[in-house]
Ligand binder design. Structure first.
Ligand SMILES: Nc1ncnc2c1ncn2[C@@H]1O[C@H](COP(=O)(O)OP(=O)(O)OP(=O)(O)O)[C@@H](O)[C@H]1O
Ligand SMILES: [Mg+2]
Length: 424
């Protein structure tokens, strides 16, 4: 038993004679021993030498073995040391109590030396195996944790890359959209600036004419000279072009403003709190407000589920969602050019969500556009008619702000249904 030579045991007994007998048997097997003759001493020695196993007498004055065991188990430094009770009492309830306190075994006195040695050896091996197992588990856990952290980091990087990509696309779109009207503004301003001196010269001619008329000195030759100068400066042409250039410049500025407002709608993170909202009421009132928009183009039918549960919602944002969806539906009906169309707005409650649907009998969404309709600045409409921001805003509100989902079904030439799912 060469292994046993390094193994230190603590034996605790208040009877010196018992310690001698027990010590003799164990020493013979090569175990190193520490001894204690009282509970208090046992605790002190155990904490100091950290034995690999403790043989603990139950019946001792002052602090009995059970109490010692309790203290050992309560201290993290000694909690893992296996304890074998030595007891003269064979009553079952004592044994049970010993096990409840965390002992691994018990031996009754007077003991049978081979049996005692076998038990000691078994528990030392078990303790060794357990430590080994714990080490393996700890290693495996560490490895899993590292892998998990690596995966989290990779996911985070990917999400960041996607966000940047989205941001890049958005920035590209904004730059592109703003560039055209801005160029119009710039070229019209340039025209106004370059032609201002000519216009001023023309005005000077008129001022001169005015002075001559006033003084009653105007003659045909002078009049002719002034007319020639005005014609040479292209005064009539400029007088006609200036208002047009100003109007073009102003419309360019308006378009830029429009884009900026759409961006604000998209990125503004409202600190508004969600409030329990009656979606039916919101749908009905928004439909009513939009009456001038849809009435010339289509019939609108409402099919609202009675007693619809309230949903946590941002009513202002949700109203915008409806405005954008309705605008698209009306545009689609007009694009279909099949006379008056039909729109159906419905609400339904399901297990844990409320679904709002808007169906139209419009032109439908062509297959090649379906992947992109929620992208900012994606539009199939003419320049000036659509900016491609409506569904981007709808997506932002429904998915990102309200934690819902949006889906659509569409058939070219028949129509489209958009479904907004909001969690209850
Ligand atoms: N109900 C619909 N029927 C057919 N096509 C639709 C419908 N709703 C959206 N689309 C398609 O999705 C595209 C993107 O819609 P979105 O509302 O984002 O932009 P837009 O309507 O073109 O412009 P904006 O809303 O900024 O005025 C539209 O150009 C159109 O092709
Ligand atoms: Mg739209």
């Amino acid at each position: 038993m060469s292994e046993a030579t390094e193994r230190r045991l603590l034996i605790v007994d208040d009877t010196p004679q018992n310690l001698q007998v027990l010590g003799g048997i164990l020493r013979e097997q090569g175990y190193k021993l520490s001894v204690a003759q009282s509970g208090a001493q046992a605790l002190e020695v155990a904490r100091r030498v950290l034995p690999e196993l403790i043989l603990l007498d139950v019946m001792m004055p002052e602090m009995d073995g059970f109490e010692v065991c309790q203290h050992l188990k309560a201290d993290p430094a000694t909690a893992e040391i296996p304890v074998i009770f030595l007891t003269a009492k064979t009553e079952a309830e004592d044994v049970v109590r010993g096990f409840e306190l965390g002992a691994v075994d018990y031996v009754t006195k007077p003991f049978n030396p081979p049996e005692l040695l076998k038990r000691v050896q078994t528990h030392l091996e078990l303790a060794l195996l357990r430590r080994d197992l714990e080490r393996q588990v700890a290693e495996k856990t560490g490895q899993l944790r590292r892998e998990h952290e690596e995966r989290l980091q990779a996911e985070h990087k990917l999400a960041q890359a996607r966000r940047l990509e989205g941001l890049g696309r958005l920035a590209f779109g904004v730059a592109h959209e703003i560039n055209t009207p801005l160029q119009a503004v710039a070229s019209n301003l340039q025209f106004l600036g370059e032609t201002l001196p000519e216009l001023q010269r023309g005005l000077e001619q008129y001022t001169r004419l005015h002075a001559l008329v006033r003084a009653g000195q105007v003659d045909v030759a002078q009049l002719k000279a002034i007319e020639e100068e005005l014609a040479a400066n292209g005064f009539d042409y400029l007088a006609g072009e200036w208002p047009k250039a100003l109007a073009k410049g102003r419309s360019g500025v308006e378009r830029v403003g429009h884009i900026v407002r759409a961006m604000q709608e998209l990125v503004h993170s409202s600190d508004a709190q969600k409030v329990p909202t009656d979606l039916n009421q919101l749908v009905a009132s928004t439909a009513e407000e939009l009456h001038p928009r849809w009435q010339p183009v289509a019939e609108l039918k409402l099919d609202l589920e009675p007693d619809l549960p309230l949903v946590p919602c941002l009513p202002g944002d949700m109203r915008q969602v409806l405005v954008h969806l309705m605008a698209n539906a009306v545009d689609a009906v007009q694009a279909a050019d099949r006379g008056r169309g039909r729109l159906l707005l419905s609400t339904r409650s399901q297990a844990n969500e409320v679904v709002l649907r808007l169906g139209d009998t419009g032109a439908g969404i062509p297959a090649r556009a379906r992947d992109r309709i929620f992208d900012p600045f994606f539009t199939t409409k003419e320049v000036g008619a659509g900016m491609g921001m409506g569904l981007a805003v709808v997506y932002e509100v429904v998915v990102n702000r309200l934690g819902g989902a949006i889906a659509f079904e569409s058939e070219v030439g028949r129509g489209t249904v958009f479904a907004v799912h909001l969690p209850r």
